[in-house]
Each structure stands twice: as C-alpha cells, then as structure tokens.
Design a protein around this ligand. Structure first.
Ligand SMILES: [Zn+2]
Ligand SMILES: [Zn+2]
Length: 354
C-alpha cells in the first residue's frame, strides 16, 4: 500500500509498504478520510513527539474508514462496516486506570499511520475505542472524533458554568472546537442540568482573520487578532468589568501564551493549559498571584473512552457547524503540500482521502 512516513523535521516521504494484516483481536480498515491536525503539524515541524512515536514512522492519527479484514476473535464487527477508531486506548489495569484517570494510563497505546491506504487497529483500541459511524455522517467529519474528544475532555475539566466569560487563546482547530463546545454547552461535558443558550460567553484570540471568522460562526461573541493588540490581559480585564475571565483556555502550546493565559484569569478562576509545549519548556508563575488570587492551573491531556463516544455523538447530531474546520479534501500524494499550507496557516484541517 501507499503510505506516508515521517523521517525527521519536515521530512515526509510517500513509500510503498506491506499491506497490514490483522493479528488476533485486530482489524484493518481502508482509510476513507484522515484529517490533518495541529499535533501532526507540530510533530512534522519538530521531527518527533515525546509520547506518541519514534522515527521513522507511519504518520497521522485521525481516521475514519471501512473494515476490510478482521483478526481472529473479533466479534461484533463485519467487513464493510463504517468505523472511526480513536488513536489510543487505555489499559484499564494500571494505577491510573484503576482511578479512572484514563488519559494518564501508564500503558496508553497510541496508533499512528492514518495517512495510508490501510490502517491496522490494535486490539485494545478495537475493544474500547472503535465505533460505528452513523449512515449519514461523512467520513471527513467522523474523522474529527479524536480531536473533539480531547476538547470535550478539556472542557469537562475547566470548571465552566453557565454565563461564564471564557477566553480561548488560539484559533487552530482545537481552539475553535473549544469555542463551539463552550459556547453551546453541547457534547456531554458539563454537569449542569439546566443549560442556557449560549452556555458561556466566549472571547477568542487568534492570529488569522479567516479563522477568527470561523470562530464567530462557531459561537464566539467577540474575536480579536492578537497581532493588533499591545496588552491582551489588559483588554480581557476591560471586557470583564475589570475582573479577568472566569476561565481561560490556552490552545497554542507556546510558553509565553501560557503565561498570558494566567494573566487573563480572574481571582478564583481556572486556567486550562491545553496546548502542549516543546519538551523541557518552563514558565514563570507569580506565587503571590497564584496564592492570593486562588487560581486553579490545570494541565489537561488527550481524551478518554467516554469522551470519544460523546464526540462522535455530537458530530453525528450536526448541531454544531464543525464542517467549517475542514478546509478541503486532498489525495495522499498532496500531503507534503498540505503540511506546508498548514504551516503557512492557509488551511485549518484537510481531509486526506488515500
Ligand atoms: Zn489530532
Ligand atoms: Zn492504564
């Protein structure tokens, strides 16, 4: 089969590799849509990832397709089924899994290789995070289950309440999905029973006019291009009666923006530091502010099986116009050009159709 392999920094090669065959418990799918992701872009630019992969490697982690082969012992699935597979599954047996903290699983198994004609799904993912796609949901939308699951997991842990003023820093696909989830309250992430619409008032900061326009379509009440603003925390205070935002979501993975996120938050508020920074990055936190302002700083990583299901359900409901996040479809041989366009911020997500 034709597959993309990552060899190093911005070094992606299309190669013919052996077709995968399923071992016991595994399935193989024909990839029908593999969406590109900000994480893929980071990995491509940095030439690796601390937790997810070692080089050279099959590449890509968001995919939907049809089952073409079943390993022995796989039940409940048939060749031809339309499915989406999360890129990971927890072990359910380790210290963290026993505490239901599945994103911290010591044996979290990651599957890469969606930018290829076929993708092998490991047994743990088949058992826990392989889901059927409803008949009328296109593959390209279904492929966004994984990032949306990460966002719903992040939203659930950000202490957002109805009527809160929330600042999202970052207009990539993840930041924009946070806007959609937080503004609507949809996606089974909130514990509130009586929901108002809009759920939260979301203020989005980004660096790209067309992405900020998408943010407005997804429910942001105000959007700002940070390049035109001298002092983002001062502006946030102006917009919030001098207090700062109840909740700030950092979705850039830039250390300076992590510090800015903390500065934008009101006393008693929550900062969700969601964008992963390069290895060995440090930030400075003022202890007086942290203590006397009773800030909650949270790191939230990845997703859990519960939110994988919630994400697919939300995509299938079509209640949010998340197709705005897909800038188009491209065949596999265009993948290198697609990453260049992502780097240059000309596209948000592209659905690769191998
Ligand atoms: Zn992703
Ligand atoms: Zn575990």
């Amino acid at each position: 089969m034709l597959a993309a392999l990552l060899y190093g920094k911005e070094d992606l090669r299309l190669e013919t590799v052996a077709d995968p065959t399923p071992a016991p418990g595994e399935v193989v799918i024909r990839v029908r849509a593999a969406t590109t992701c900000g994480t893929d872009l980071k990995v491509w630019r940095r030439g690796g990832h601390a937790k997810m992969l070692t080089l050279p490697t099959l590449f890509g982690h968001e995919a939907a397709g049809t089952i073409v082969a079943l390993g022995s012992g796989v039940t409940g699935w048939q060749v031809g089924d339309r499915v989406v597979a999360n890129n990971s599954a927890p072990c359910r047996e380790c210290f963290y899994c026993k505490k239901h903290e599945y994103s911290l699983c010591e044996n979290l198994l990651f599957n890469n290789g969606t930018f290829a004609e076929y993708l092998k799904i490991p047994a743990a993912i088949v058992a826990q995070n392989l889901l059927p796609i409803p008949a009328d949901l296109p593959y390209s939308l279904a492929a966004m289950t994984e990032p949306l699951a990460c966002v719903l997991h992040g939203a659930a842990r950000s202490n957002v309440h109805p009527g809160d003023r929330v600042v999202v820093l970052g207009d990539g696909a993840i930041g924009l999905m946070f806007v959609a989830a937080l503004a609507s309250g949809l996606g089974d992430w909130t514990a509130e029973t009586a929901q108002t619409a809009p759920f939260a008032e979301v203020i989005l900061f980004g660096g790209n006019a067309s992405r900020l326009a998408v943010g407005e379509k997804l429910g942001a009440t105000k959007t700002f291009n940070y390049r035109h603003i001298d002092d983002v925390p001062a502006l946030v205070k102006d917009l919030t009666d001098g207090y700062g935002a109840d909740v700030v979501i950092e979705a850039t993975g830039v250390a300076a923006v992590w510090e800015q996120a903390i500065a934008c938050t009101r006393p008693g508020g929550t900062v969700n530091l969601f964008g992963g920074c390069p290895r060995d990055t440090t930030i400075t936190v003022n202890t007086e502010q942290l203590h006397y302002s009773e800030l909650t700083l949270k790191g939230v990583f990845h997703n859990t099986p519960k939110f994988v299901r919630a994400a697919l359900k939300l995509l299938a409901s079509r209640e949010l116009p998340l197709d705005w996040l897909i800038s188009g479809e491209q065949p596999l041989p265009q993948l290198g050009k697609v990453f260049t366009a992502m780097r240059d911020r000309q596209v948000i997500k592209v659905a690769i159709t191998p």
